[in-house]
Design a protein around this ligand. Structure first.
Ligand SMILES: NC(=O)c1ccc[n+]([C@@H]2O[C@H](COP(=O)([O-])OP(=O)(O)OC[C@H]3O[C@@H](n4cnc5c(N)ncnc54)[C@H](O)[C@@H]3O)[C@@H](O)[C@H]2O)c1
Length: 542
C-alpha cells in the first residue's frame, strides 16, 4: 500500500479536486488542494495573487507549499494545473509521490471552463477554446511524466477515484511506473521489488480478466511461473505451460503447440495471456496472443534485464524462420509490463551485464542524466543494488516508451534511433556465428559507431571517451579481445556482413550516431568504406 503522497495532475477543470476528495475518503487519507493552501497561506485568492504579484511569484509560493506537503504521508494532493511544469516541482513530485495525470480532452475542458471567472490564465483571451488547447499542448509533455496517465473523458469522479484507489492499494512506496502513452492502447510498465507477491492486486487494478494462460520459460517456471499461477488463481482460473529455454523456441512449432493448448483450454477472447521469462518467451507469447482469436489481452512479466528494458516494451512480437530471425510477427501491445526486480537475482553475471549495454544506449541517445547516473553508480549497478536497478530500468523504460509513442509501428523512421550500436553490433554477431551475447556485440558496436561519429565530425571525441569509460565500469567489452572465447574474425567477413544488412534494406547503410551525450542523428549520406574499416580496426586494436 502506498503511504507516500498521491498526487493528481492535470489541467484546470480536469476534476482533480472532486476525484481527490473521493479518493482521500476511500483511503482514509488527508486531502489537500494546493491552490487552496497557497491562497490560505498567503492570505489572498489566487486571481488576486496573479493580479498583484504575477505568475512567477505564484509559482514560488506553490513550490514552497509543495516542499512541505511532499514530506507528509497518507495524503492526497490535487496539484495546481501548472505545478508539474516547474522543473523543481516536477522533480519533487516524480521522486517523492505517486502521480496520476487525469487526462481530459480539450472539448470537455472547454465545456467546463467556457464561462469560468476564477481562472487567471484564461482571462482576457477572446478565443477561450484556442487558449485552452494551446496551454494544454504546452503542458502535456510535463503531465505525461506522471507514473500513470488516466483517460478520464467524462467519467464520474467516483469511478476515477476507484481506479486510482486500486493502484494505491496494489503498489508500495518503493515501486515506480512509466506509462506507454498510446491513447486507448496505453499501458503501464510497473517496476519494483516483490511485485509478484502482489500480482493479483496489480492485475485487478489494470484491470485484467480471467481465465489466465501463463506461458513461462522452463528455466524460470519454478518458482516464478508457479508463483504467478498461484497468485492469479486468487482471481479465477490460471493455467500454466512451459516452453524450452533459448532462441529455438521462437519457432512455428512452438507457436502451433501454444495455439492448440489455448484451444484445448477454450481460452475465450476476454482471457489473458501472461508471458513469464526473457525476450524469447515475451516475443513468442506476444505473437501467440496477437494471433489467437485475432488477438487477446497480453501481459509481459520479463525476467531478464534485456527484456525489462527493451523487448517487453513496445509491442513488437515475433517468431523466427530458418531463413531469418523475427521474420513472422505482429505489433500487439501488452496491457501491462511488470518488472519485478527480485526475479533478476538468479540471472548469471554475463547476460545480466550484457543487458546493461541497452541501458547505456538509452543514455547516449536520449537521456544524459541516465548516462551520468550509470557513470557515477556503476559499482552499485553491477552489484545489482535494488535502488540502482529501479532507477536504470525506470529511465530506460521511459526512453523506450517515448520512442515507441513517437513511432509505434516503425513507419516514420523515428524508431531508428534505437539502432545505435546495432549496425556494427549485428554484423559482429553474424560474423562470429553468434558467439557473443547480443549486448556484448552492441557495446562493441556502440564503440565503433561513436568512433565513426567522431571521425565524421558529428561529435567531440569526448563522447567516445566517456562512453568507453562507462562501458568499462559496467564490465562491458569495447573491443573483441575482451569477450571470453570470441573467435577470430576477419575484416572482410565483417564488411560482408554489413553489406548483407545493406542489401536487405535495399539502401545505403544508415546509422544512428551521437551528436552529444543524450542526442543522436540519423545519417543520410553514405559513409565512406575507408571510415567503416577504420571503425572496425578501432574496436580490434584499441
Ligand atoms: N520484441 C522486441 O522489441 C525485442 C527487442 C530486443 C530483443 N528481442 C528478442 O529478445 C530475445 C532475447 O531476449 P533475452 O536476452 O531475454 O533472452 P532469453 O529469453 O533467451 O533469456 C536468456 C536466458 O536467460 C534465462 N532466464 C530468463 N530469466 C532468467 C532469470 N530470472 N534467471 C536466470 N535465467 C533466466 C532464459 O532461460 C535464457 O536461457 C531475442 O529473441 C530477441 O530477438 C525482442
Amino acid at each position: 500500500m502506498v503511504t507516500k503522497p498521491v498526487a493528481l495532475w492535470g489541467f484546470m477543470g480536469s476534476g482533480k479536486t472532486s476525484v481527490g476528495k473521493a479518493l482521500a475518503q476511500k483511503l482514509g487519507y488527508e486531502f489537500v488542494d494546493t491552490d487552496e493552501l497557497v491562497a490560505q497561506r498567503f492570505g489572498k485568492p489566487i486571481p488576486q495573487i496573479f493580479a498583484e504579484e504575477g505568475e512567477a511569484a505564484f509559482r514560488r509560493m506553490e513550490t514552497q507549499v509543495l516542499s512541505e506537503l511532499i514530506q507528509r504521508q497518507r495524503i492526497v494532493l490535487a496539484t495546481g494545473g501548472g505545478m508539474p511544469t516547474v522543473p523543481e516541482n516536477l522533480a519533487m513530485l516524480r521522486l517523492n509521490a505517486l502521480n496520476f495525470y487525469l487526462r481530459v480532452p480539450v472539448e470537455v475542458l472547454y465545456e467546463r471552463l467556457a464561462t469560468a471567472q476564477d481562472r487567471p490564465l484564461l482571462q482576457g483571451f477572446s478565443d477561450r477554446y484556442f487558449r485552452i488547447a494551446s496551454l494544454l499542448a504546452q503542458r502535456e509533455r510535463f503531465y505525461t511524466q506522471a507514473q500513470f496517465i488516466l483517460s478520464c473523458g467524462r467519467k464520474p469522479p467516483e469511478q476515477i477515484a476507484e481506479q486510482i484507489f486500486a493502484w494505491v492499494r496494489a503498489l508500495d512506496d518503493g515501486d515506480d511506473a512509466v506509462t506507454v502513452d498510446l491513447g486507448a492502447r496505453s499501458y503501464p510498465v510497473v517496476i519494483g521489488d516483490n511485485l509478484l507477491e502482489r500480482l493479483e492486486r496489480i492485475f485487478a487494478a489494470v484491470p485484467l480478466s480471467e481465465p489466465f494462460a501463463i506461458i513461462a520459460d522452463e528455466s524460470v517456471a519454478e518458482p516464478l511461473g508457479e508463483k504467478v499461477q498461484e497468485r492469479l488463481q486468487r482471481l479465477g482460473k490460471a493455467h500454466l505451460v512451459t516452453v524450452p529455454s533459448g532462441e529455438g523456441s521462437k519457432s512455428v512449432e512452438q507457436a502451433i503447440r501454444l495455439w492448440q493448448w489455448l484451444a484445448d483450454l477454450a481460452l475465450p477472447r476476454n482471457g489473458t495471456i501472461v508471458a513469464v521469462g526473457g525476450g524469447v518467451v515475451g516475443d513468442l507469447a506476444g505473437f501467440v496472443a496477437a494471433t489467437y482469436m485475432r488477438g487477446v489481452a497480453f501481459v509481459q512479466i520479463p525476467t531478464t534485464l534485456l527484456a525489462m528494458v527493451d523487448s517487453a516494451i513496445g509491442g513488437k512480437t515475433a517468431i523466427d524462420l530458418p531463413q531469418a530471425k523475427n521474420l513472422v510477427g505482429a505489433f500487439h501491445q501488452p496491457r501491462l509490463v511488470l518488472c519485478d526486480l527480485t526475479t533478476l537475482a538468479t540471472m548469471p553475471d554475463r547476460p545480466f551485464l550484457a543487458g546493461l549495454a541497452e541501458v547505456v544506449k538509452y543514455g547516449v541517445i536520449a537521456d544524459p542524466a541516465l548516462f551520468t547516473y550509470l557513470d557515477e553508480q556503476a559499482e552499485w549497478i553491477v552489484r545489482r543494488h535494488p535502488i540502482a536497478l529501479r532507477v536504470i530500468i525506470a529511465r530506460s523504460a521511459s526512453v523506450k516508451a517515448s520512442v515507441v509513442v513517437a513511432d509505434e509501428r516503425e513507419e516514420t523512421g523515428l524508431r531508428m534511433v534505437l539502432n545505435y550500436g546495432h549496425t556494427f553490433g549485428h554484423a559482429l554477431e553474424a560474423a562470429t556465428g553468434f558467439s557473443l551475447l547480443h549486448g556484448e556485440a552492441v557495446a562493441i558496436g556502440m564503440t565503433a559507431e561513436a568512433y565513426l561519429a567522431w571521425r565524421l565530425g558529428l561529435c567531440d571525441r569526448e563522447v567516445l571517451e566517456r562512453q568507453t569509460e562507462v562501458l568499462r565500469k559496467l564490465e562491458l567489452p569495447t573491443h573483441l579481445s575482451q569477450v571470453p572465447d570470441a573467435p577470430p574474425v576477419a575484416l572482410d567477413t565483417l564488411m560482408a556482413a554489413m553489406g548483407r544488412d545493406k542489401k536487405r534494406r535495399g539502401t545505403t547503410l544508415r546509422f544512428a550516431l551521437p551528436k552529444r551525450l543524450g542526442e543522436v542523428t540519423i545519417t543520410d549520406a553514405p559513409v565512406p568504406e575507408t571510415l567503416l574499416t577504420e571503425a572496425w580496426e578501432f574496436v580490434f586494436c584499441q
